[in-house]
Write a protein that binds this ligand. Structure first.
Ligand code: ADP
Ligand code: GLC
Length: 477
């Protein structure tokens, strides 16, 4: 049995802004089910909601800050969660990274440096918790200083750093670096310095014993200039220590047979009941109720990465077809406004919900026929996987985890029952529109469509295989 400290800035259902929370809420649980002692450490944000007991464990002093360590459980599991409690940094409304108005917290470097320093104290068993991990498994830039700081410790645990998204690097001016009082040895071009800036992400990439990312294709992509943001050289230099492990999903939480957020449970055998969810979705969003019209769904952070501009360019042509389009998302204000403006003229065909709504996300997965995910890049992506579980056929661009989890529909894959969606190559409105039209044609052939749906629903997206891959990785350290 290994002791694993899982370091993350968000975990579902405690707090979530995106897929990292889904993974942090499900991978430690899967590791625990495999007999490992996996514990989570994360900041104690004001927005954390839990029905579980939260108790005080200890207070430690880190650079003149008195920080409390609180303990709770990942709701509904036995997985221990340690909350780094420092109200001056974390007890504010808003999300982990931005304030109520969507503006990055001005002191993010200080906030996550403190989080990393406290994590190091916990990892070195200097926090009165009487527990020392074998492995410290860090995730994304917010935890990037942990492998860097641990590299300076004697008799330290092994470190793994998982990249969920290279687009977010935690880069700050060198003046910020100086004000943080970080050890001078780390500040060089083979360290956390990146073009005279402080890079949290680089701390993870340089100093961790192993690097992983969340799909095999993305592991290759980030070694190229198009996806590496200037770190491709470093990543290919460390390629023997870099691997891609595809994300699993929480198959209990995303299960159409037991989902309490949807109108009518269903499975592969009772697929006809999916139509009742479509009706419920149309009613909820005030769209004309029509079970024959194809409904396209999209749930996403509204950012460049997700190809929202491609959707905006395709919408006029999409509207020339009999279909409905349902979108749930939030993010970039200009995308939000343009989507709203477009929807205004077409209330019978388009529904745009700006905001974050967990229950609606489940109903969209259950009630849509087709799911759109035209990402420009996608380290793994989860909604295309949830879609397949819910018999909703994904239309995706061939990149990252989308390429690894969706099988395009061509005569061969139809014949051998591996086809689960529509995959297109080029990040252009024309290529997306062509894939949408292919989906519409397939939708008009109910027998073929049902095959695509059941092929997707039959696939095993649980953590079993991937958690095992992490265990193998840990065992080599
Ligand atoms: P990313 O982490 O890049 O945002 P993923 O596909 O890995 O992309 O995960 C996104 C997760 O966040 C999914 O669980 C998705 O359902 C959820 N999500 C995104 N936007 C919203 C929203 N507006 N409301 C509810 N859930 C959302
Ligand atoms: C990131 C990526 C997404 C991935 C998620 C969880 O947010 O953008 O593709 O699924 O992390 O690993």
């Amino acid at each position: 049995m290994k002791k694993i400290l899982f370091v993350t800035s968000e975990a579902h259902p405690l707090i979530k802004t995106g897929g990292l929370a889904d993974i942090s809420g499900s991978l430690p649980k899967a590791l625990a089910e495999l007999g490992q002692d996996a514990r989570i450490i994360m900041p104690n944000y004001q927005a954390i909601k839990t029905t579980e007991e939260v108790r005080y464990l200890s207070t430690i002093y880190v650079y003149n800050c008195a920080v409390n360590i609180l303990e709770t459980r990942l709701p509904g599991t036995n997985v221990i969660v340690w909350l780094v409690d420092f109200p001056e940094f974390f007890n504010f409304p808003g999300n982990p990274y931005v304030d109520e108005h969507g503006k990055s917290w001005a002191n993010n470097a200080e906030r996550f440096t403190l989080f990393c320093r406290v994590t190091v104290e916990v990892a070195m068993n200097r926090s009165y918790l009487d527990w020392k991990p074998d492995i410290v498994h860090c995730n994304d830039w917010q935890s990037g200083l942990v492998p860097a700081l641990l590299s300076l410790e004697y008799s330290r645990p092994a470190t793994v750093f998982t990249i969920h998204n290279m687009a977010y690097q935690g880069i700050f001016p060198s003046s910020t670096y100086r004000s943080l009082n970080l050890p001078g040895q780390l500040w060089n071009s083979n360290g956390i310095e990146f073009h005279d800036m402080l890079s949290f992400l680089k701390g993870g990439l340089i100093y961790s014993d192993r690097i992983t990312t969340v799909s095999p294709t993305y592991a290759k992509e980030i070694q190229t200039a198009d996806f590496g943001y200037g770190l491709e050289g470093l990543l290919s230099h460390r390629k023997d220590f870099l691997s891609g492990i595809i994300n699993g999903i929480d198959v209990d939480h995303w299960n159409p047979e037991t989902d309490i957020n949807i109108s009518q449970p269903f499975n592969r055998m009772t697929l006809y009941k999916k139509a009742l969810n479509k009706t419920a979705l149309q009613e909820k969003l005030s769209l004309p109720v029509n079970k024959n019209i194809p409904v396209f769904g999209l749930i996403s952070r509204l950012v460049e990465q997700k190809g929202i501009d491609l959707i905006l360019k395709c919408l006029p042509e999409m509207l020339t077809h009999p279909l409905q389009f349902v979108l749930l998302g939030s993010g970039n204000k200009s995308f939000e406004q343009r989507l709203y403006n477009f929807a205004e003229g077409h209330p019978d065909k388009i529904s745009i919900t700006i905001g974050y709504d967990e229950a609606l996300a489940h109903l969209i997965e259950a009630g849509s026929d087709i799911f759109l995910m035209p990402s420009r890049f996608e380290p793994c992506g989860l909604n295309q996987i949830y879609s397949q579980r819910y018999g909703t056929v994904p239309v995706v661009r061939k990149t990252g985890g989308l390429a690894d989890t969706v099988v395009d529909t061509v005569p061969k894959t139809l014949e051998d029952n591996t086809a689960t969606g529509l995959v297109f190559n080029e990040a252009s409105p024309g290529a997306l529109m062509e894939a949408i039209k292919r989906a519409l044609i397939l939708y008009s052939h109910p027998k073929t469509w049902k095959r695509l749906q059941t092929n997707g629903m039959r696939k095993d997206f649980s953590w079993t295989k991937s958690a095992q891959q992490y265990m193998t990785l840990y065992s080599h350290l």
